[in-house]
Design a protein around this ligand. Structure first.
Ligand SMILES: Cc1cc2nc3c(=O)[nH]c(=O)nc-3n(C[C@H](O)[C@H](O)[C@H](O)COP(=O)(O)OP(=O)(O)OC[C@H]3O[C@@H](n4cnc5c(N)ncnc54)[C@H](O)[C@@H]3O)c2cc1C
Length: 306
């Protein structure tokens, strides 16, 4: 049985990435998790999500870019997304990754690039979520976010924290003081026991602690999970503390637990769907397989169906 860490390791192999993305055959496998190759293909999906009473977050897939020119293309893509959201009156914000804007080349370049997108989001009354990547960039991501947040409003830029990291509760305690809008998720990368809880039960327990801290802070946060236990714990805590449904949102990934997405929206909760698209789907797709290796059989079955 192929393991989670083996799949995450595969997600980082550049050679495989180039191989997989250059064949249309492999692309067919991804359609459950990736909404399309370009923004115009994705907009109808977002409209559908909006019509089902949920909002969205666009994610243009491309991480760890290799040059400033590639990072520049990513900035232009996001400026285009923000324009399209505005012009076409779609209910969506955007999620960015700092390695997509050149963090691996030069943190200052990533900051300047992210800032350009945040400036445009502010101008258009939209919101930019800075995704969290692996633990080698946690601190620099928080530092860049703090610089952005010092300049832009609470409702213009937010960040993500991961409950598998030991440091996250302390980070959340500091960031809520800014205040800051935080998305809490469990975390999707391979992390060593020096920095992250190895056991799922501890990741879950920490998730609940951070969720409670966020909900109690009075700021509008994102509770990102497909785990019914985390969702129930959130709903119960909010009910016990008298925190209304409008004070937070649930967030889920495109293509995962659609039943739960619909149910929560029907029950009157705010639901946001994270919608990834683009040609560089390989690492994202492999992380989704890693979360549930049974997905391998699901994609193979779909492939066999043609
Ligand atoms: C909106 C959103 C944004 C995210 N942003 C980030 C980020 O910035 N940084 C980061 O590190 N991680 C991010 N993640 C990923 C997250 O860290 C987890 O890896 C992922 O959400 C799986 O954790 P879970 O909470 O669903 O719980 P789990 O305990 O992993 O899963 C609970 C249940 O959900 C279902 N499920 C979960 N994953 C899958 C899947 N891939 N396929 C099918 N079913 C599945 C299964 O039924 C499973 O039993 C994000 C997740 C969401 C929903």
């Amino acid at each position: 049985m192929i393991t989670r860490s083996a799949l995450i390791w595969l997600s980082r192999q550049e050679g495989l990435k180039d191989f997989a993305t250059s064949f249309g055959f492999f692309k067919k496998l991804t359609t459950r998790f990736v909404a399309g190759e370009n923004i115009d293909e994705v907009i109808p999906f977002i409209r559908q999500i909006n019509s089902e009473n949920a909002t969205a977050s666009f994610d243009h897939l491309n991480e760890s870019v290799g040059s400033a020119a590639e990072a520049e293309q990513e900035v232009l893509e996001y400026l285009d997304i923000l324009a399209k959201i505005d012009e076409q009156r779609i209910r969506s914000n955007v999620s960015i990754k700092l390695t997509q804007f050149g963090l691996g080349l030069d943190p200052e370049l990533a900051y300047q690039n992210a800032r350009r997108v945040v400036v445009e989001a502010e101008r258009r009354g939209n919101f930019v979520r800075v995704d969290m990547e692996d633990s080698s960039v946690t601190q620099v991501t928080i530092d860049i976010f703090r610089r952005l947040r010092a300049e832009f409003g609470l409702n213009t830029v937010g960040i993500v924290l991961q409950s598998y990291l030991y440091r996250t509760l302390a980070d959340a305690q500091e960031l809520v003081k800014l205040p800051a809008r935080i998305r809490i998720c469990k975390g999707a990368y391979n992390e060593p026991p020096e920095v992250a809880f190895p056991e799922k039960k501890d990741v879950d327990a920490n998730y609940i602690k951070v969720m409670q801290l966020l909900l109690s802070s009075g700021t509008y946060h994102g509770i990102a999970t497909h785990d019914p236990k985390m969702i129930d714990a959130t709903i119960e805590f909010a009910a016990r503390e008298g925190i209304g449904k409008e004070k937070y949102e649930f967030q889920m990934l495109y293509g995962i637990r659609r039943d739960l997405q619909h149910q929560l929206a029907r029950d009157g909760f705010n639901v946001r769907i994270y919608v990834p698209y683009g040609k560089h789907w390989y690492p994202y797709f492999m992380r989704r397989l890693a979360e549930r290796p049974a997905n391998i059989w699901f994609v193979m079955k779909n492939l066999a169906k043609g």
